[in-house]
Design a protein around this ligand. Structure first.
Ligand code: 0RQ
Length: 504
């Protein structure tokens, strides 16, 4: 048995994943650890999938309700979804199988701001949590748990669940100990107190997760890697978008609105944020800080180059090479990285206080600056709002970044009216595509529209958007936010009917 379980009583609870899965029943609500493919349980979900499949084979009903931190991996979301094992899911996902079960109506999905998901569990809005299933790298002699590559909602699920199952994963570095900062000061209103973070590097909690031992019903030993996906090479459009964003920051410094080393940075995941981090690496900026959700490869490069003093997040989202590097050098990186519960990494109060500057991806924006991050053509769920709302609404400056077209040019990312709204015109401040940047701060709707169309829309769609806007301005009775309601969604319906938003 692994020496990673140092507590004698807990060693007695080691069992196989199959035996642990046998404790779970139809209708159970399970809070799984895991955030963007990091720190999720590796074996119990597969064993549970098998159990569900066998039940279905006998004609019995068996689904579970799945709570997580954010997205997980094919071994968790993918496996359970593939056997129609998930009745309801929250708060974020990005797995192709899970996505298709949400969109074909098999599974309910409640898409929630990541900062609010744990809070709502504590408030009891989702009912009783039956099991928490989390991953640890080590359990101390005192029974304290050292988490792995994400914190996510682990603490809230262990606090609220009736029973806890822990996977102790020997693939994860034991040197992660000391990187986590588990804040336990959550209370329900009216007893809340300020969260005492005034700098991204502040530690306010404990390095261990404390779980009452009588709740722990099973421990499983595992050795599997996280779902670490390689980043695509940075493409030209991403580089252009990153260039616009960095020039914009540079100008903000020149205008005296932000300090020379910027303010704590938040970036979404993906190709464009990666290009932004690469741009920062090749800039002369120093003493950067980050208060964000996930640590990506580019942040590790910035730490290595001595440019990023500290990064606060709730999880890693690393490529396989960088995950290996983290496992080898966690003792070094833990002086520069803090992993917090997502209730804290994404907390509006802290984001607002620190003056975080954020940049997130989008599906589409409209000519007035409303943004859709989640639904393709208004109905098909892509991933979820994730942390984009937590940061956008509360950041000092919040930008949305996207190529100006999708699907080989058949879709314009700038449309007359968004087909679903996640971030209203009141939230986002700056929109950037490879065509250019629209700084919307302080602008009224009629000042915004021409700017977004001229600066951000693709030339193939610019005349169509201008034509729509000018006719709306002429024909709509009310001039504050002019629209032609009968036509506002014609771009989306045309795409659904013909496969392109372009006219003949
Ligand atoms: O689909 O892969 O099938 O071709 O959306 O688009 O351009 O590769 O960009 O990976 O950054 O994702 C908004 C989805 C953008 C993401 C979104 C299609 C496009 C492609 C991906 P294919 P790209 P990205 C921190 C913050 C919400 C959560 C968030 C997201 C696929 O950024 O999920 O911000 N954001 N979290 O073809 C139809 C359009 C489209 C479109 C793109 N207008 N119409 N399809 N696509 N635009 C992280 C966390 O919270 C964990």
């Amino acid at each position: 048995m692994s020496e990673r379980i140092a507590n004698a009583a807990l060693r007695q609870k080691v069992m196989s994943a199959d035996d642990a899965a046998a404790l779970i029943h139809d209708g159970d609500q399970i809070g799984f650890g895991g955030f963007t493919g990091s720190g999720y349980p590796k074996e119990l979900p597969g064993a549970l999938t098998k159990r569900i499949q066998e039940s279905h084979g006998r004609g019995e009903k068996f689904t579970v309700n799945v709570f997580t931190g954010a997205s997980t991996a094919p071994e968790l979301d993918g496996a359970l979804a593939s056997v129609d094992g998930i009745g309801w899911r929250m708060p974020y996902q990005s797995d192709p199988q899970m996505r298709s079960k949400i969109n074909d109506g098999t599974s309910f999905y409640t898409d929630i701001h990541l900062s609010e998901s744990g809070m709502m569990v504590r408030q009891g809005f989702f009912g009783k949590v039956d099991f928490a299933v989390i991953e640890a790298t080590r359990i101390t002699a005192d029974g304290d748990v050292v988490l792995t590559s994400s914190v996510g909602n682990n603490a809230v699920y262990c606090d609220t669940a009736e029973k806890v199952i822990i996977e102790v994963n020997s693939w994860q570095s034991e040197d992660l100990e000391g990187m986590h900062d588990i804040y336990g000061g959550f209370a329900l209103p009216p007893n809340r107190v300020p969260i005492p973070i005034t700098h991204p590097g502040d530690r306010i909690g404990d390095k261990f997760l404390h779980i009452p031992q009588n709740k722990i019903v099973a421990i499983i030993e595992t050795a599997g890697p996280d779902r670490n996906t390689p980043f695509k090479p940075i493409d030209d459009d991403s580089r252009k978008i990153a260039g616009f964003l960095l020039d914009f920051y540079d100008n903000e410094v020149k205008q005296g609105r932000i300090p020379k080393n910027l303010l704590p940075l938040q970036s979404g995941v993906g190709n464009i944020p990666n290009a932004v981090l690469d741009g920062l690496l090749h800039s002369d900026l120093e003493h950067l800080t980050s208060y964000t959700e996930v640590i990506q490869d580019g942040m590790i490069d910035l730490i290595d180059a001595g440019k990023l003093d500290v990064a606060s997040a709730t999880a890693f989202s690393l490529s396989p090479d960088y995950a290996h590097k983290m496992n080898e050098n966690a003792a070094f990186y833990r002086d520069h990285i803090i992993l917090r519960p997502q209730e804290i990494s994404n907390h509006p109060e802290v984001i607002r206080r620190l003056g975080v500057i954020g940049a997130n991806g989008m599906i589409e924006a409209d000519i007035y600056g409303n943004v859709n991050s989640t639904h393709v053509m208004g109905s098909r769920m892509m991933n979820g709002i994730g942390g984009s709302g937590d940061f956008t609404r509360n950041a000092y400056i919040s930008a949305f970044v996207s190529p100006s077209t999708a699907k080989g040019g058949a879709i314009s990312a700038i449309v007359p009216m968004v087909s679903h709204v996640d971030h209203t015109e009141h939230d986002g401040m700056v929109i950037i595509t490879e065509q250019g940047i629209a700084d919307l701060r302080g602008l009224a709707p009629r000042q915004r529209a021409p700017k977004i169309i001229e600066n951000c829309a693709h030339p193939d769609y610019r005349p169509m958007l201008l034509d729509y806007y000018e006719r709306a301005l002429r024909d709509c009775k009310f001039k504050h936010t002019p629209h032609l309601l009968g036509e506002a969604y014609s771009w989306h319906t045309r795409f659904l009917e013909t496969g392109t938003m372009k006219k003949d």
